[in-house]
Design a protein around this ligand. Structure first.
Ligand code: NAD
Ligand code: UGA
Length: 450
């Protein structure tokens, strides 16, 4: 039985390997991590990642051909193929701080693979990495005189959180990049063979290593750019009486533009868009392309401006004074159907509310544990509750930050009756029926509507 190892049991490593285990019973799949608590959680009923459908897959494969552990060296030794899915955050110190990728976890993993291996293996870059990272990986892995060689393959992941299982089950494409040598092409085929167990061959794209690495960064940049484009126009709509949903619908009908990723919002969040675009900006600067760098940097700048201006708009409509007032924040996850709060716009909103000395009361379907961790320094100034009705009671305003379906289906009349008046709803995701809410008596503000 061929052995696949994944180093990094996070939002990508966990779901991708669970899917491979499900679709490929002929492989043994193991996931390891330095974070023992996370591994314990993967081995429990309370998985560390919430994704619709994930628990069922883990439960049906765990202990059969899917395993989680902390025995990293032993697992490396036994593996034939190693996927590297460790985190690659933005560097916070030294050269390139604030833009470049912090590759310390990748580098440590490469050194670990080299030290623990007793034969050559295929090493797959699953993490999102700056273009030409494989070159550095190779310098580490093949720079010793151990007498065997490693083959590096790039296989970036395109899943989105909240829909990870559906994305993995039926991906738009699988991208695999490798060296165009005999060994490189054979390694690419070895990885393609895994996916071919459930992904049609025509969806498995193969390229050279650098195209694959750079395609991942630029795919995220293009997606984020669409959100910043529509969000920039939402501001113009608020001034002119045009309606951003109507505009998105009208322009999205042009098949050259397309209808997806045109939902105006308080801003995009998540662990990847901002960091990947900043990494792209850094790369452009590094390669002497300042104009290209500033073009992409503006996508991130508009995003920050969008969140800030939204909070200011709410403040203005509350007479610029919310000190001492209870303000309910509906949703803390960066999007619906995930427990992930990394770079969540809701977090920024809560920080602004705290600056204004309001009392934020936060509710979320799945993300309260992470919210508690993120607000660790301010737990005496915020309240957390799973119950949205409880969050809204006596509040002066509700700021809807995450598009959980549950928030559409609430008894808004009951909520109105329990709030301080005038009661304001700010819909930061454009999911609520504003006309209905106004009829109930709410003051209503949403993104991109006057
Ligand atoms: P994550 O932080 O959830 O998981 C990374 C894991 O790697 C952590 O559990 C960490 O403990 C572990 N790790 C770090 N160094 C290690 C080491 N030396 N040995 C063993 N384990 C180690 O991150 P994530 O969201 O899964 O993202 C991983 C990568 O995938 C990133 O490069 C990200 O950009 C990319 N990516 C993420 C998504 C997403 O939706 N989250 C989608 C596509 C690509
Ligand atoms: C994104 C990409 O969609 C994935 O393809 C990619 O693999 C992943 O980044 C990654 O590299 O990590 P993710 O960040 O999980 O996935 O979630 P998205 O669905 O892209 O949403 C990102 C943010 O944009 C969320 O805050 C979401 O609410 C917001 N968004 C999305 C909008 O504001 N409007 C939209 O129309 C779409």
């Amino acid at each position: 039985m061929k052995k696949i190892l994944c180093i990094g049991a996070g939002y990508v490593g966990g779901p991708t390997m669970a899917m491979i285990a499900k679709k490929c019973p002929q492989y043994q799949v193991k996931i390891v991590d330095i974070n023992a608590a996370r591994i314990d959680a993967w081995n429990s009923d309370n998985l560390p990642v919430y994704e619709p459908g994930l628990k069922e897959i883990v439960e049906s494969t765990r202990g059969k051909n899917l395993f989680f552990g902390v025995d990293i060296d032993e697992s490396i030794k036994e593996a034939d193929i190693i996927f590297v899915s460790v985190n690659t955050p933005t560097k916070t110190f030294g050269f390139g701080a604030g833009k470049a990728s912090d590759l310390q976890y990748i580098e440590k993993t490469a050194r670990n693979i080299l030290a623990a291996s007793e034969n050559g293996k295929i090493v797959v870059e699953k993490s999102t990495l700056p273009v030409r990272t494989a070159e550095s990986m190779e310098r580490i892995l093949n720079g010793s005189n151990k007498g065997f060689r490693f083959n590096i393959v790039s296989n970036p992941e395109f899943l989105a959180e909240g829909s990870a299982i559906a994305d993995l089950e039926n991906p738009d494409r699988v991208l695999i990049g490798g060296h165009q040598s005999k060994e490189g092409l054979a390694a690419v085929e070895e990885i393609a063979k895994i996916y071919a167990n459930w992904v049609p061959r025509e969806k498995i794209i193969t390229t050279n290593l650098w195209s694959s690495e750079l395609s991942k960064l630029t795919a995220n940049a293009f997606l984020a750019q669409r959100i910043s484009s529509i969000n920039s126009l939402s501001a113009l709509c608020e001034k002119t009486g045009a309606n951003i949903d109507e505009i998105a619908n009208a322009i999205g009908k042009d098949t050259r533009i397309g209808s997806k990723f045109l939902k105006a919002s308080i801003g995009f969040g998540g662990s990847c868009f901002k960091k990947d675009i900043l990494n792209l900006v850094y790369l452009c600067e590094h390669y002497g392309l300042p104009e290209v760098a500033s073009y992409w940097e503006s996508v991130v700048k508009i995003n920050e401006w969008q969140t800030n201006r939204s909070v200011k708009r709410v403040l203005r409509s509350m007479f610029n004074t919310i000190a001492g007032k209870k303000v309910a924040v509906f949703g803390f996850a960066f999007k619906a159907n995930t427990n992930d709060t990394r770079e969540s716009p809701a977090h920024l909103v809560v920080r602004e509310l705290l600056e204004e000395r309001a009392i934020p009361v936060i509710t979320d379907c799945k993300a309260l544990p992470d919210a508690k961790r993120d607000l660790n320094d301010a737990l005496d100034k915020v309240q957390l509750t799973e119950d949205p009705y409880e969050a809204a009671r006596d509040a002066h305003a509700i700021l809807l930050c995450t598009e959980w379906q549950q928030y559409r289906d609430l008894d808004w009349k009951k909520i109105y009756n329990s709030m301080s008046k005038p009661a304001l709803v700010f819909d930061g995701r454009n999911i609520l029926n504003g006309e209905e809410l106004k009829k109930i008596g709410f003051e209503f503000i949403s993104i991109g509507k006057a």
